[in-house]
Design a binder for this molecule. Structure first.
Ligand SMILES: [Zn+2]
Length: 106
């Protein structure tokens, strides 16, 4: 993967999760392909992906299923995270694995 610079967002969502954030590169568990880069706020497992935290690629707003471009498996489905009224993808269990990105500006 090409090295890219990501600027971490620091907003109310991040503050609500303790202010701690990092960038994860997310991969398809089935075929090991790179899927996206993501800002994870706070501790805990990756259960959903908030659209406003996906750095790359660009996900069109009408996307209803997150699909691996390589093996076409469905990774997650769109829903609104009620507590924050925030567009997200609910991830299927064990659909992805992640690697921590290095050299990120906080
Ligand atoms: Zn795949």
């Amino acid at each position: 993967m090409k090295r890219t610079e990501f600027k971490l967002k620091n907003d109310k969502y991040r503050k609500a999760r303790g202010g701690y954030a990092r960038v994860l590169h997310v991969y398809c568990s089935s075929c090991k392909s790179y899927l996206l880069s993501y800002q994870k706020d706070g501790p805990g497992p990756l259960k959903r992906l908030y659209l406003d935290r996906i750095f790359t690629p660009n996900i069109p707003s009408q996307t209803r299923e997150l699909i691996c471009k390589n093996c076409k498996i469905v990774i997650g489905t769109f829903y609104i995270y009620e507590k924050e009224k925030r567009p997200s993808f609910r991830l299927y269990q064990s659909a992805v694995f992640k690697k921590l990105a290095k050299n990120i500006k906080k």
